[in-house]
Structures are given as C-alpha cells and as structure tokens.
Design a protein around this ligand. Structure first.
Ligand code: HEM
Length: 529
C-alpha cells in the first residue's frame, strides 16, 4: 500500500503543482490559445456592434460573471495561514493518533480564524465569537479541530442552531444590523432560551473583542474521546493557548478600529507572518477518565458547560506555529472546508447533541458552497494521505479513476482497495454501549443553565465586570421592545445580583429580585489572561 512521509513542507510542495505564475508568459484563453488584444472587443466596423464570435470577450466576461461562490452561512469573514504542529512528547498512553506520537514529526496545518455573524466584507473588530479552525494534514488523513475562542456555546442541541443563527444574523426584513448583537431578535432569543446564559456572559465580556488572532485562545468546546491502541477511551477537551497570552481590545478601540481599518485582525496576522514574527499556540488537553466523569458533577455532553481548570488540569501537549501566508485568498482561505467529522484513528466523538448535529452540517453545507461532492479534491482540502475508493463522477471531478471496476468487491480491476484493521491504521469507531429508548427529552443533567454563567461573571476582575456590564447596557439599550429587555433582566437575575442591578440601572428599569443562584462545584473560572 501507499505510505507517506510527511514533514513541515509537505503541503506546500503539494500545493506547488497548482500554483501558476503569470509573469513573462503570454496571455491565453482557458483553452491555451494566445491572445492578441484584451482591451478592444471585436466589432463589425469601427463604430459597429460587438460580434458574438469574439470568444475571448465572451470567455473573459463569463468567467468574471461567475467569480462569486456563496459565502459561508456562518463564519463568512475569515483569515488563514499555513504552519505546522509538533507534539512535545508521545501521547501513546492516551491516543493512537499518529501525529501525536513522535516529537520529531512536523505535521502541516492550515488554520482559519473568523468572526461568526458578519458577511465576508464585514469588519474584524466587532463584538462576536471568533472561529479557530485547524486542519492537520496527517499521514493518516485529515484531522480538523473546528473550534471557537470561547469554551462554551449558546445552545445544547444542534436542532436549535438554525434558530440561534437566524436570531444573531441581520433581521430578515431590512438585513440590519450587520454583525452586531445589538438587536431585538438576538436578545429576544436569549430571553426565551435560558441555556444561552453562560455563553452570553462570555460574548458580553472582553473575550468577544480579541486584540489579535495571535492573542486568542481556542477551544474544541465539545467533549471528544482519545482512544489508545488498547482501545481504552478517555474524554478529552481541547484548548489552544497563544504564547503571546490572551489579550482584548476595549469597546472604544474596537469601534474606532472597525471604522478606520476593518481589516485590523487580517492585517495583523498577515504582517506578523511576513515579518517572521510567527504566531504560536500550544495545544492543551483536559483528560477525564470515563469513571471520573460522573463524579465531576458536570455534564460533559453539555456544550454550555466547561470543565474548570481547577478541577481538571490543562496539560500542554504540543505547539502550533503559523509561518506562511496563503498564496491566493480564494483558492486557500475561501475554499478550505473544515468538518468536525474529519477525525483520525485515536480521536472519536461523544453523544454531545450539538456535536452530533455538526457531524452532519459541515459536509452538507459544503456541497452547496463548493459546488458539489468533489470539494475534497480542491488542493487546499486534499489530504496528504493517499485516497483510494470507488467514489466517482459528480460536478468538477478531477481524479481519473483508472480501474475498470468501480464496485466492491470485484475481480476485474486487478483487485480492490484493501480493508485496514485497527493495527493497520483502519478507523474503528469506539464501541460505546448504547441501549436505551428513543426520545426527544433532554437529560436532567442538562438543566442547570446558570451556575457556570455566574461562576464566569464572578471570576472577572472589577474592570472586566464593568466592561461586561457596559456591553450589556449598550447592546440592550439598542433593543426597541421593552418586554425583551425586561425578560433579559429576569434571565440575568438567575445569574448574579450585581450584574442584574447594574445592567437594570443602565437601562433605567427596575431590577427583578435575584433568584436563588444554584451553586457550582467550584466558584472560580479560568482567569482572563
Ligand atoms: C462554520 C454549522 C456549532 C465553529 C460553520 C459552517 C456551518 C456550521 C454550516 C459553515 C461551514 C462552511 O461553509 O464551510 C454549525 C452547526 C453547529 C455549529 C450546525 C451546531 C450544531 C459550532 C461550534 C463551533 C463552531 C460549537 C466551535 C466549537 C465553527 C467554525 C467555522 C464554522 C470555526 C468556520 C470554519 C472555517 O473557518 O471555514 N459551522 N456550527 N461551530 N463553525 Fe460551526
């Protein structure tokens, strides 16, 4: 069978085949015909009508007319860079993922940072969650860690994702506001869906105004599994820790920058890499033994909860270095397709209902966004690991399947691609026991929406608390419907008394009485920097 040797430059070398320099070359049509004149269309007479037979004009215009593809339905605005990842020491005892075994191996990566709500041309420094998506081109195939800069999410179940995104995006009648949470529909949703409480605290905090992509944490959010060669599974939460530390803008800076330089984060990332000031992040993991999970008192399948670092230490296991800017924004940053379902042997899923929905959604949306089922052949998406299967045809197929037989099993094509056992690197799904009834009812263990929201708020320093309260006053101050503001205050009263009183004061509304706040297992959240 094919085997690959991967080093830091492997992806760069693979992409080299697709790079085309124009300098010093003749201008041609897409068919390779040299062009004599690209400034004047072919006419019947000097002042006469343009002729349809001018194939160069028609091709040039047609290609221009079709340059746009749909932007991502979320995370449309992004910036990306190439780099490599190196593990500090073998993670053999925890996972059989090969890129986590050998500290001398440099696995190529492509990383895309993004905002969530705004469209492709929106400003970088808006108040929003940031995406932190990493594609590892490992020798066993692509592993995508599609994370955010906030460790929790708005909702517990993916079936509500279309609802939360519709509420966050510009309103349907007038397409306003662009990339802002200061509007009725967002707060209406928040006020009606208490599970948003924890994430709302993070998005109103300074975390939603990162100073730079180089100074931003990343989180896998969901609980994943690590599975080792013996088949032993442990729960794992993924973190990225920027070596420059975690830093934020303040609201006034963010607003001014959005006007003066909407590309502020994009430019900062690009220039740092051009200057050789390579951004670095450590990959870190929280490992939770299956037996310890129940005693933790935190529902690991609930993506609105984090596991405090005080309870489960964060172990730094390797380093990501971004050292090369893309050659072409569209070919790389725009066409890259991340997918939560892209895992390698040794990394597996859990029953987190948000994660389960994501396993479906990414590939599904990319079928539209990237024009059909062959987008894994686009150079930026193509794995470095060899690909052999009977997938065929569809729009934009590049691979020329060379075998006569296109089914399994067969005896005509000189034999079939072989199956790989786990020992031969085959992906085997973790055989979790599932024996239960079908239901839409959520487990009681998902019911506490407020204790970690309060824990986060109370962990902030005094200026950080003031920033968060000012953000709530500003954003809610833009909400036109009074009942929504009142309902949000009611929600806040479940989180923290000080928060509710100070936001209510800013809005000129009476503060509802503070509810009895459920106690969390620990009262301290990870500090902000
Ligand atoms: C992008 C769906 C939750 C992180 C996307 C895209 C979709 C999507 C459809 C556009 C993908 C594309 O066009 O290539 C969902 C659904 C979710 C969910 C259905 C919940 C059920 C999350 C969560 C995170 C996240 C919890 C973070 C842990 C991202 C990132 C991107 C993205 C980083 C941008 C990837 C890129 O840079 O291309 N999501 N998402 N999403 N999502 Fe999610």
């Amino acid at each position: 069978p094919d085997s690959v040797h991967i080093d830091e430059d492997s992806k760069d070398k693979a992409l080299e085949h697709n790079r085309v320099e124009q300098q010093g070359q003749y201008l041609t049509t897409d068919q390779g015909i040299k062009i004599e004149n690209t400034d004047d269309s072919l006419r019947a007479g000097r002042r006469g009508p343009t002729l349809l037979e001018d194939f160069h004009f028609r091709e040039k215009m047609t290609r221009f007319d079709h340059e746009r593809i749909p932007e991502r339905v979320v995370h449309a605005r992004g910036s990306a860079a190439h780099g490599y990842f190196q593990v500090y020491e073998s993670m053999k005892e925890l996972t059989r993922a090969r890129f986590l075994q050998d500290p001398s191996v440099k696995t190529p990566v492509f990383v895309r940072f993004s905002t969530v709500a705004g469209s492709r041309g929106s400003a970088d420094t808006v108040r929003d969650v940031r995406g932190f998506a990493v594609k590892f081109y490992t020798e066993e195939g692509n592993f995508d860690l599609v994370g955010n800069n906030i460790p929790v999410f708005f909702i517990q179940d993916g079936i509500k994702f279309p609802d939360v995104v519709h509420a966050v995006k510009p309103e349907p009648h007038h397409e306003m506001p662009q990339a802002a949470s200061a509007h009725d529909s967002f707060w209406d949703f928040v006020s009606l869906v208490p599970e948003t409480a924890h994430m709302v605290m993070w998005t109103m905090s300074d975390r939603a105004l990162p100073r730079s992509y180089r100074m931003m944490e990343g989180f896998g959010v969901h609980t994943f599994r690590f599975v080792n060669a013996e088949g032993v599974s442990r729960f794992v939460k993924f973190h990225w820790k920027p070596l420059l530390g975690t830093h934020s803008l303040v609201w006034d800076e963010a607003q001014k920058l959005a006007g003066k330089d909407p590309d502020y984060h994009r430019r900062d990332l690009w220039e740092a890499i051009e200057l050789g000031d390579f951004p670095e992040y450590e990959l870190a993991v929280q490992i939770i033994e299956e037996e310890a999970a129940e005693k933790l008192g935190i529902e690991l399948l609930d993506p609105t909860k984090l596991v405090p670092e005080e309870l489960v230490p964060v172990r730094r296991i390797g380093k990501l270095t971004l050292n090369r800017n893309p050659t072409n924004f569209f070919a790389e940053t725009e066409q890259v397709a991340f997918c939560v379902a892209n895992v390698v042997p040794g990394i597996d899923f859990t029953n987190d209902p948000l994660m389960q929905a994501r396993l479906f959604s990414y590939l599904d949306t990319q079928l539209t966004r990237l024009g059909g089922p062959n987008f894994a052949e686009i150079p930026i998406n193509r794995p470095l690991a060899p690909v052999h299967n009977h997938q065929q045809d569809g729009f934009h197929r590049q691979t020329i399947n060379a075998s006569r037989a296109n089914y399994h099993p067969n005896s005509l094509g000189g034999g079939c691609p072989m199956m790989a056992s786990a020992a031969q690197g085959g992906f085997t799904h973790y055989p979790e026991r599932v024996r239960t009834e079908k239901t839409r009812v959520r487990s009681e263990s998902f019911a506490d929406h407020f204790s970690q929201a309060g824990m986060f708020f109370r962990s902030l320093s005094a200026p950080e608390k003031t920033h968060l309260i000012d953000a709530c006053r500003f954003e809610l101050g833009k909400v036109e419907i009074k009942e929504i503001r009142e309902r949000v205050l009611d929600l806040f009263s479940n989180i923290d008394g000080e928060l509710t009183a100070r936001v209510a004061e800013g809005l000129g509304l009476p503060a509802p009485t503070t509810k009895s706040i459920p106690k969390s297992p620990v009262q301290v959240a990870p500090s902000l920097s």
